[in-house]
Design a protein around this ligand. Structure first.
Ligand code: SF4
Length: 378
């Protein structure tokens, strides 16, 4: 039986750069789209051997804004992807999108090409906030796009939201959650705004031109989110992710469970045979190198046994169910206590973790300071 693998494909194009965004995405290289898509397929060819030996269980096309690509290029990409790998019949095939880039023809093309999970990044359903974030769309465009996607046939739709946004009150946040939930998406990813360096928001924040909810309000927003989504039947399965039963994102679970994946495109990461590879970040250089038929890898690292164990704990603790003792032992032939003596019990005493016979996990207070706990397991 073939081993399973996942594939991530990065599309670095966006219609406009949002003011908070430090992702590997650009709003001034649209003219490179065609060359870039050809390079993605060429890079997949370089993975021919690995792909032939594996069955692909998830494909995730992320960005940037994948749906910024023209219909013709999306068709070329999706068809080329299928030709180059054995995709499992039950595979999850996801694509990220933004309102304002979805048309009936594009959605139909995606659906008919086998994309079975659509992720829509709306971030807020408050037009003033959307405008402040530098988003290209309005709430109405999101609702229209969402309805169109449903009509076309998508029954697995994720919506991305952000909280702790400039000018956002608890009431406004509640209204956004309520309005999104009324549309009944199968999945929600909800992140608190982080001010990243080299973004317009960072400069505005430094110059005290950006007023954000304080830490207490941020945590209240998170609590409200959990409560409202639980009432609507969403299962909180990862710190920032919620899903209706059976709709957890299989691709992201691959990352959190330290399973292998290949990353294609500018800045993409791969994790195969306990080696981590990082591709050239800049799309122009990525294109240049790929055209010469050389891998654009700029970093390759063997993950040490200890790093593998740390990653397993840190990523596993992002899951609400936590880390399974048995699974850790099965993978590393050592117990959690042997590798990290006393740590879990210490956090339990501090009220930051809990455990039962099979798992240990972060409590609500533990989640609030999860980054500090993760560092302790490095
Ligand atoms: S649409 Fe997404 S990737 Fe593009 S600039 Fe905005 S936040 Fe960044």
């Amino acid at each position: 039986m073939k081993k399973l693998i996942s594939v991530y494909i990065h599309i670095p194009f966006c219609a406009a750069k949002c003011k908070y965004c430090d992702f590997n995405s650009y709003d001034d290289i649209g003219h490179l789209q065609e060359e870039y898509v050809e390079c993605l397929l060429q890079e997949l060819d370089m993975y021919k051997d690995v792909l032939q030996q594996h069955l692909v269980k998830t494909v995730y096309i992320g960005g940037g804004t994948p749906t910024y690509l023209t219909d013709k290029l999306l068709a070329r990409l999706l068809c080329g992807v299928r030709e180059r790998m054995n995709i499992d019949d039950n595979a999850e095939v996801s694509i990220e999108s933004n309102p304002g880039t979805l048309t009936k023809s594009k959605l139909t093309l995606l659906y008919q090409s086998g994309v079975n999970r659509l992720s829509i990044g709306v971030q807020s359903l408050d037009d003033d906030i959307l405008n402040c974030l530098g988003r290209i769309h309005t709430t109405k465009q999101f609702i229209d796009n969402y309805s169109l996607a449903r009509k076309v046939g998508f029954d697995n739709i994720n919506v991305d939201l952000m909280f702790s946004l400039p000018g956002q009150t608890l009431e406004k946040w509640q209204e956004t959650i309520k309005a999104v939930v009324a549309l009944a998406p199968t999945h929600l990813s909800c992140y608190s705004l982080k001010i990243e360096e080299n973004t317009p928001f960072y400069r505005a924040y430094e110059e005290q031109r950006l007023v954000l909810p304080d830490d207490k309000t941020d945590r209240q927003m998170y609590e409200i989110l959990k409560l409202m989504l639980a009432q609507e039947g969403y299962h909180h399965y990862e710190i920032s992710n919620f899903a209706k039963p059976t709709f957890a994102c299989h691709h992201n679970l691959v990352y959190w469970q330290c399973q292998p994946y290949i990353g294609i495109g500018a800045g993409a990461h791969s994790f195969v045979h306990n080696q981590r590879y990082v591709n050239e970040m800049l799309p122009r250089r990525y294109i240049q190198k790929t055209k010469q038929n050389t891998r654009s890898t700029v970093e390759q690292k063997q993950i040490s046994y200890h790093e593998q164990m740390s990653d397993f704990i840190i990523l596993g603790l992002r899951l609400i169910q936590g880390v399974a003792y048995q699974e850790f032992y099965r993978k590393f032939n050592l117990t959690v206590g042997e590798v990290f003596p006393g740590k879990v019990d210490r956090y339990i005493k501090m009220g930051l973790m809990e455990k039962d016979e099979t798992h240990f996990w972060l409590t609500t207070r533990g989640i609030d300071i999860s980054n500090q706990i993760f560092i302790d397991f490095l």
